[in-house]
Write a protein of this length. Structure first.
Length: 616
C-alpha cells in the first residue's frame, strides 16, 4: 500500500515536469526574436557627387550617398542654401541618396553653401547625422570668410529662432526690398547665426522674419533688424569651432559672436478711417488705422458742438463721441475732413460723408428690451456704477468708481466717506474726488487711509446721473484697507539719469506689465503693496518721450528704442520678493544702458559690472 502511494506521487511529479517542459517548448516556438540592442549609430556619408569644395561647378545637381536609408526632417527650416534663388532648389530623398536639384540658373563666380543643419537622419531610429555643410563654387575659388552673430527681439531681448540673416553687396537702401541677398543664414534656437564662405568685401546686414520666404522685406508685415554700419568679414571659416553635437550646450554657448541684431516690427501702417460704429443711441466711434490722426473738420448733422463730448484712446486712434444734448436725431449722419495716406504714401486731405447705424445684434437687443418694457410693468432702472477698492492699488489710487455711460452730473455733496472703529462707531472723513486722466467714465475717491481699517462709502440718491437720464439709488460700499505686512515693497534709487526712461515691473514670464512709471531724473521710485513672488524689472529708453517703446524705422534708419533688463545679486534677472519685505535697489542708469553683451565672456563681465547694489 505504501509503495503504491509513493508510486502514484512519483508518477504525478513526473507528469507535471513533462507538462512544464511541453509548455516551455510551446512558448518558445511562439516567441519572436529579441531584436538586439537599439541602433544609436548615425548614418555614414560614403561620398558626394561632385566632391565638396568643387570649383567651376556647372551642373544642376549635387548628391550625397549614405550607408543606409535616409530621412529628411523639416527641409524648409533646416536646409539653407546660400545665395538663395527665386525658384527654390528641390531637396529630395532617393533611397540612400539625398539630392539637391537646382531649378534656377546659378550665379557666376559665386561660392555656394548647402547647409543641411539637422535635416539628415537614418530612416529607422531617426539618428541625426551631424550638422553638415556642402560647399562648391561656380568660379575658380572658394570664398573662405565668415561672419557670426546673434538675433534678439528688440523689446523682450529673447533670442529669435529661424530668422533669415542676409548680406547685400549692393549697398543701396532699397536692396532689401527689391533684390535677393548675396548670402543668407538662419538663426538656431539660441538666436545664433553663422554666415560662411563669403567674399572679403563690405556688406549691408539685415535680419528678417521673412514670413513668406521670398527673401525680401515686406514692410508692415515682417520684423526686421539692421546694422548702422557696413560689415566686412575679418575671420575665416577655419577659425570657427566645428560642433558635431547639436546638444552640446557648452560648445554652443562658447561660439564666437561678432554682432548683435535687435529685430522689431516697424510701424508703417497707412492712415485711414477703418470704421465708425454706433455703439448706442448716444454713443459712436471713429476708429483710425494709425496713431494721432489729423482731423481738420468734423460736423454731426443736427447736433451742435456743445452737445457732445469726445473721449480719446491713449494715441487718439479711437475717438468715442458721447451725445449729451436733450434730443438726438433718429439717424446719425456726419461729414469728416482728415488726412489720409494716398497711393504715394503721402498724407493728403480727404472728405467723407458718414451714416451711423447700430449693429444688427445691438439693434435686435435694444428692440427686445423695448418690447419687454411695454409688455411688463418693471421698476425704473437705476444708475449703478461699479465701486472697487483694490488691495494693491487702493492706498495710492483710492476707491475706484466706474460708470457704464457718460455721467451728466456728479454731486459730491451727496457723497460721504466714514471710518469705522472696532466699536462700529462711524467718523466722517475728508476726501478728494478725482477724475481718471485716461477715461471719462472712471473716478476716484482719495483720502488719508489708515491701514487695516474698515471704511464705508455712502452715496445718496441722485448724486449721479448719466446722459440717458438714469440716476442712482442709495449706494453703500464697505471695504477694509490692507495690512502692509502681507505685501512687499521695492524702492529703486536711480542715478546718472541722462535721458527719459520707462521703468516697468513685469511678471516672471515677462508677458505682462504689472507696474509702470516714467523716469526723467535721479531719485527714488517706489513700487509698494506687491504680492510676494518673482518679478522682472525692465527699463526702456524713451528717446522721443511719447510714453511707449518704439520699434525701428527703416526710412530714417532709426534703431528701436533701447531696452534692458536688470540683473540682481545672483546675476539673475529674477527679483525675488518675500512677504513683509522692503527692498531698496540702487541703479546706475549709465552702466545699465551700456552696450548689450553678445559673447559669453562679455555676458559674464556685464552681469558682474551691472550687478545692482546690495539689497537691504
Amino acid at each position: 500500500m505504501r509503495n503504491s502511494i509513493f508510486e502514484k506521487i512519483a508518477y504525478g511529479l513526473a507528469a507535471a515536469v513533462f507538462l512544464l517542459f511541453l509548455c516551455s517548448r510551446c512558448a518558445n516556438t511562439q516567441a519572436g526574436p529579441s531584436g538586439g540592442p537599439k541602433d544609436t549609430i548615425p548614418p555614414v556619408l560614403l561620398k558626394t557627387t561632385p566632391e565638396t569644395s568643387t570649383t567651376d561647378f556647372s551642373g544642376k545637381k549635387i548628391e550625397l550617398t549614405f550607408n543606409e536609408y535616409i530621412a529628411l526632417k523639416d527641409v524648409s527650416k533646416n536646409v539653407v542654401i546660400s545665395p538663395p534663388s527665386l525658384r527654390k532648389p528641390l531637396v529630395q530623398r532617393r533611397g540612400k541618396n539625398i539630392q539637391v536639384i537646382f531649378q534656377d540658373t546659378l550665379w557666376q563666380n559665386k561660392t555656394y553653401t548647402v547647409d543641411f543643419g539637422n535635416a539628415l537622419a537614418d530612416n529607422n531610429e531617426g539618428n541625426l547625422y551631424p550638422p553638415y555643410k556642402f560647399v562648391f563654387s561656380t568660379g575658380s575659388i572658394i570664398d573662405s570668410m565668415a561672419f557670426t552673430g546673434v538675433v534678439r527681439d528688440a523689446y523682450t531681448l529673447e533670442p529669435v529662432e529661424n530668422t533669415a540673416v542676409m548680406l547685400y553687396d549692393n549697398l543701396s537702401d532699397s536692396a532689401v526690398y527689391k533684390e535677393l541677398p548675396i548670402a543668407i543664414a538662419r538663426t538656431d534656437s539660441w538666436g545664433y547665426f553663422s554666415l560662411q564662405n563669403i567674399a572679403p568685401k563690405a556688406y549691408h546686414m539685415y535680419a528678417l522674419e521673412d514670413k513668406n520666404s521670398n527673401y525680401r522685406y515686406d514692410a508692415g508685415n515682417e520684423k526686421i533688424a539692421f546694422l548702422d554700419t557696413l560689415v566686412i568679414p575679418e575671420h575665416t571659416v577655419s577659425m570657427l569651432p566645428v560642433i558635431t553635437d547639436s546638444k552640446d550646450t557648452a560648445a554652443l554657448e562658447a561660439r564666437p559672436v561678432e554682432r548683435l541684431l535687435l529685430i522689431s516690427a516697424e510701424n508703417v501702417r497707412k492712415q485711414f478711417l477703418v470704421e465708425y460704429p454706433q455703439l448706442e443711441k448716444r454713443k459712436f466711434q471713429l476708429v483710425f488705422n494709425q496713431r494721432y490722426p489729423v482731423i481738420t473738420c468734423f460736423q454731426i448733422e443736427g447736433v451742435n458742438e456743445t452737445d457732445y463730448i469726445i473721449e480719446s484712446s491713449r494715441f487718439r486712434d479711437t475717438l468715442t463721441y458721447w451725445l449729451t444734448g436733450a434730443t438726438v436725431p433718429d439717424t446719425l449722419r456726419a461729414t469728416i475732413e482728415y488726412l489720409k495716406t494716398d497711393s504715394l504714401n503721402n498724407l493728403s486731405p480727404v472728405d467723407a460723408n458718414l451714416r451711423f447705424s447700430l449693429k444688427k445684434e445691438d439693434r435686435a437687443s435694444q428692440e427686445k428690451d423695448s418690447k419687454n418694457k411695454k409688455d411688463t410693468v418693471t421698476e425704473i432702472p437705476k444708475l449703478q456704477p461699479k465701486i472697487n477698492f483694490s488691495e494693491q492699488l487702493g492706498i495710492r489710487r483710492g476707491v475706484g468708481i466706474t460708470f457704464g455711460a457718460l455721467p451728466a452730473k456728479i454731486d459730491t455733496a451727496k457723497i460721504s466717506l466714514f471710518k469705522i472703529d472696532e466699536k462700529k462707531n462711524r467718523t466722517k472723513e475728508p476726501f478728494r474726488w478725482l477724475s481718471d486722466t485716461a477715461s471719462r467714465l472712471r473716478f476716484y475717491v482719495q483720502a488719508k487711509w489708515v491701514t487695516v481699517t474698515e471704511y464705508e462709502l455712502e452715496v445718496l440718491p441722485d448724486a449721479f446721473s448719466d446722459i440717458y437720464g438714469l440716476v442712482n439709488d442709495t449706494i453703500i460700499n464697505k471695504f477694509t484697507t490692507p495690512n502692509p505686512d502681507k505685501f512687499c515693497h521695492i524702492t529703486f534709487d536711480l542715478s546718472n539719469v541722462s535721458s527719459h526712461y520707462i521703468l516697468q515691473l513685469l511678471n516672471e514670464k515677462k508677458d505682462r506689465v504689472l507696474r509702470e512709471t516714467p523716469v526723467d531724473k535721479a531719485g527714488k521710485v517706489l513700487f509698494d503693496y506687491l504680492p510676494a513672488g518673482d518679478y522682472v524689472v525692465r527699463f526702456i529708453e524713451d528717446a522721443n518721450r511719447n510714453g511707449v517703446w518704439d520699434a525701428c524705422k527703416m526710412e530714417t534708419k532709426t534703431q528701436p528704442e533701447k531696452v534692458t533688463l536688470m540683473r540682481f545679486s545672483d546675476a539673475s534677472e529674477i527679483l525675488h520678493l518675500r512677504e513683509n519685505s522692503e527692498v531698496e535697489q540702487s541703479v546706475d542708469m549709465e552702466k545699465l544702458f551700456a552696450p548689450l553683451p553678445v559673447t559669453p565672456d562679455e555676458t559674464i563681465a556685464h552681469e558682474h559690472e551691472h550687478n545692482a547694489a546690495d539689497e537691504k
